[in-house]
Design a protein around this ligand. Sequence first.
Ligand code: SF4
Ligand code: SF4
Length: 364
Amino acid sequence: MDTIKRFITCYVPVTACNFKCQYCYLRNIKKRSIENFVLPPDKLAEKLSPERLGGIAYFNLCADGETMLHPQLIEFIKNITHMGHYADIITNGTITKKFDELINTLNYEEQSRLMIKFSFHYLMLKQTDLMQTFVDNVNKIKNSNISYSIEITPHDELIEYIDDIKDFSLKNFGALPHITVARDMDTKEIALLTDYSRDEYQKIWGQFESPMFDFKFSTFNKRRKEFCYAGDWSIKLNFENGEYKQCYVGDILGNICDDSPMNFRAIGCCRLPHCYNGHAFLALGNIPELECPTYAEERDRKCNDGTHWLKEECKEFFSTKLYDSNKEYSDERKKRCLEDTKKAIKKDRKEKIIRKIRKTIGQK
Ligand code: SF4
Ligand code: SF4
């Protein structure tokens, strides 16, 4: 059985999208483009071989816009799944020719290591008349050896449609969608994106009985104080320039294109107000002492026809944890990481103050 060694969350350089969801994080991005990967897809995959990474990794492939629009994505997926890695693609599920291409390009075994995360944008799908296209693409994946998961980004305007969504989902997907937790990146504390109270929000979206929502919500807005292995067991990688860093924030550790060995160094102390994607980073095991469901438990659903959204290989792999195949640091090493992070935070603060002063002087 394959065990997860690293979780690599990858930025796919696409800011274009065929949808315009009002809760989209893209709304602050003016430039809409698709940029090439830093290396051709086969060469990029070579830089991420199991030998270089120390084992089998799970790649989360996500763009600011629609991920499937990237012309080099499928070739990259083919290469990494062929090497034995696992991956997921986050998509709005409407670019049919890309799903056909994906299924035709990947052989049965490569398909078994891939999961499609369908973002179910109910209102946009209705507005654009693409609901049937979405359902057809979900069924295409269901009938292949690729795993899938369907999720809704909750937003207040959707609440009046909850009963319709439930009926539609049971009829067309055989199960209720999972629910994620929407965040407001414009707030300092990265708050819930809603006008409802925390309790009301939980009650409203808890109706879907989604283990993903339950866990993500339970950690949302809770500052993490434990030692976190992000930077070693997980990294954030930018496909546009090849840089990899500890987490959403944290030090840049290196560039994947360099021939030198990978530089893994845990962040230790979280530098964000909370771990807003804890359903992945925490559930996969970045904080070993934290009790979490498995990623498979969060992503799977059993359909009313008896099939599962996760097929056997993905289910087994996503049931493993990062701490199963990584050794925890000694107290001495943890101390060094924490000191490095403290120094980096101090440096960041200093630079921020300097920038502020320069701006003030410039304005005068
Ligand atoms: S489909 Fe995704 S990327 Fe496109 S507008 Fe909606 S939320 Fe944004
Ligand atoms: S706890 Fe913080 S550093 Fe660790 S994975 Fe979550 S956001 Fe990243």
